[in-house]
Write a protein that binds this ligand. Sequence first.
Ligand code: SF4
Length: 408
Amino acid sequence: MKVLDIYRRPPLHIAEGVGSGEHLLIAYSPIFKRRYALITDYYRGCTIGCRFCYYRFIEATKDFIGTGKVLRMARDAEEFIEAIELSKITGRLVIVGGGSDGAMIEKELWKIAEVFGDRLRGKLLLVLRRAPLGPGVAEQMESFDFLRYGTTITPLGPEIGTPIREELQLKGLEKFVPDPSRVSVELGPITPKNYRQLGRVVEALADMGFEAVIYRGVSVGTFNLDRKAVLKMLFEHGFITREQYEKGLASPGYYYSLKNELAEGLDGIVRRAIEDAGLRAHRYSPTFYHEEWGVPIAFNRDNRVRDFLYEKYDVENPSTARVRRALERFGYEVFDIERREKGVFEVSLDRPLTEDIAMAIGEDLRIALIGRPYVKSPTVELLVNHYIPNGVVHLPEENLRLLMEVVG
Ligand code: SF4
């Protein structure tokens, strides 16, 4: 693996538009987004190089997926952890390995975890890793009780588009995990090619002492692919309904035209296979994080109430003054706040609410926050004139200098 220092990467040209601010963060910041967790990378880029990896198709990372080159996003562990500590969108769960693979930081993880434990007490550090787990993992898990691992198992991986084989992943889990309750396993993508292998994988996990897994539906990207043909194939195999097929065709797309969807019948088959093996089946990662690890959750997503969370868990119902203060802390001028129902707040602001901020406030107050206006992801203008001056995301000094050079 050839590690390039971010300070020596050639400047990128990023055209203004929704998402362009996030692409700049992907290029220059250790933290690049906030969903049910804060998503970070110590290195960006991935030596594994799955065919379906969407980081292949974006300007900021395309040269670093499967090419053997990766980018170091912070000078050292202290600088990396400081960026997390000082970013206002931080939350209870911090993911490292969002656009990379946790196996690449195995050596550095000792130092990262040590500083994390000193400065970010009460938070959990989740290392995402598709590469099979190795001997260092057991020791690290025993040394740091806040450390979690997460892996995605794609049955028949090489046929679906990843070089990582599930047999090796299962062996790694069996041999090196001292406590399965601290590992999240996501099964997927589940496709017409591999769904028959699921039963075997979940039985192996149950034999190891796993009690819960997450299963994912199908996703269809918006880059470099015949979207109509893929959607048609999934529809014809019964993986998506006609409604989902049409939704995928019509979607303007933001990385995905269809994300994590599964027709009800197939969903039932997969769920039964998992439950028959004696495991709890989570369809979405937030229910896993919440129920298995006690992570608080936001009740909003994509500027709507996330109904299945709202119906399942107790939403909080803070005062509108508290919601206003939370928004002002992020630099907004609040024109109006309406409580639509218990724990659901619709706010009118001087500039768009973004998914990063909505998820951070939603988790902090345990509410659903709906913004007018809203954009899913920051533009360059929002990044430069709102995120950076208000500390929404904190960038190490040199990273910030580079980003500002690109913006001009
Ligand atoms: S392991 Fe993850 S980050 Fe790496 S290439 Fe595959 S999908 Fe992309």
